[in-house]
Design a binder for this molecule. Structure first.
Ligand code: ADP
Ligand code: ADP
Length: 224
């Protein structure tokens, strides 16, 4: 059952006098429970693909279909609302709020969505347990290791139980052993929550542990 679909997606950037085509009729489908690795050289358009799939950028042509709903043509406000509920993002650097504890960082998207603090806190504590850092919830990001910070960022990304998790080099800042452990925790979370994940990575070992691998070639998504 498709959770996320890209249909004929085009993205162009104007750079001075030049028109740069990054996505050129891209087709892609992500199913529930699936983890797909996106492997491509820098500049190939990984961030553009993730941002378009995640409704941060509008396709210039084609459409993004999320949970059966066509989202490409919606207004910015509508896309923002869908993004808050249905999409989780993780980046190479955690972007946690430094003045808040881990548990408060994980509560934040739920509070933005209007959940009661007591419920948001219970959910955040549960996610910390799933990510195997249940005892670290009261620490601020600066007091956590790199791997712990990324676990918190992942927990925050899925706090609102999104349909899709989009990750741009989520372990790119970690040593290989830590990267493997953080990936294990991420992958357990995806499997057990029925999420679907598209994960850009340069780590071929981790890519090999996902269900499928794709790359970008001439603006299209192709299997590798
Ligand atoms: P990747 O994530 O694979 O490194 P990106 O999607 O970030 O690739 O970028 C693909 C290409 O598009 C690059 O050549 C980049 O310079 C260009 N690009 C990305 N974003 C913009 C933008 N907002 N305006 C102009 N060019 C952009
Ligand atoms: P990454 O590929 O690590 O995700 P970025 O997406 O930040 O890195 O940038 C990738 C490339 O896209 C860089 O070459 C950067 O110069 C270019 N780029 C990103 N945003 C813009 C922008 N707004 N205008 C022009 N180029 C951009």
């Amino acid at each position: 059952e498709p959770i996320l679909q890209l249909k004929g997606v085009e993205r162009h950037y104007i750079q001075g006098p030049r028109k740069l085509t990054i996505l050129n009729g891209a087709e892609f489908m992500l199913r529930r429970g699936e983890m797909v690795a996106l492997i491509a050289p820098s500049g190939a358009g990984k961030s553009t693909l993730l941002h378009t799939a995640g409704l941060l950028e509008k396709p210039d042509a084609g459409d993004v279909i999320l949970g059966g709903r066509a989202c490409g043509r919606l207004s910015d406000d509508e896309r923002t609302a869908i993004r808050r509920n249905d999409i989780g993002f993780v980046y190479q650097f955690h972007h946690l709020l430094p003045e808040f504890s881990a548990i408060e960082n994980i509560m934040m998207p739920q509070l933005v969505r209007g959940l009661a603090p007591v419920e948001a806190k219970a959910r955040a504590a549960q996610l910390l347990d799933y990510m195997q850092i249940g005892k670290r919830g009261h620490h601020r990001p600066a007091e956590l290791s790199g791997g712990e910070q990324q676990r918190v960022a992942i927990a925050r990304a899925v706090a609102n139980a999104p349909l899709v998790l989009l990750a741009d080099e989520p372990t790119g800042n970690l040593d290989p052993v830590t990267a493997g452990y953080v990936f294990d925790a991420l992958s357990a979370l995806v499997r057990q929550s029925g999420l679907a994940a598209l994960i850009a990575t340069h780590n071929h070992e981790l890519a090999g542990r996902m269900d499928r691998r794709v790359t970008l070639s001439e603006g299209r998504v192709v299997p590798i």
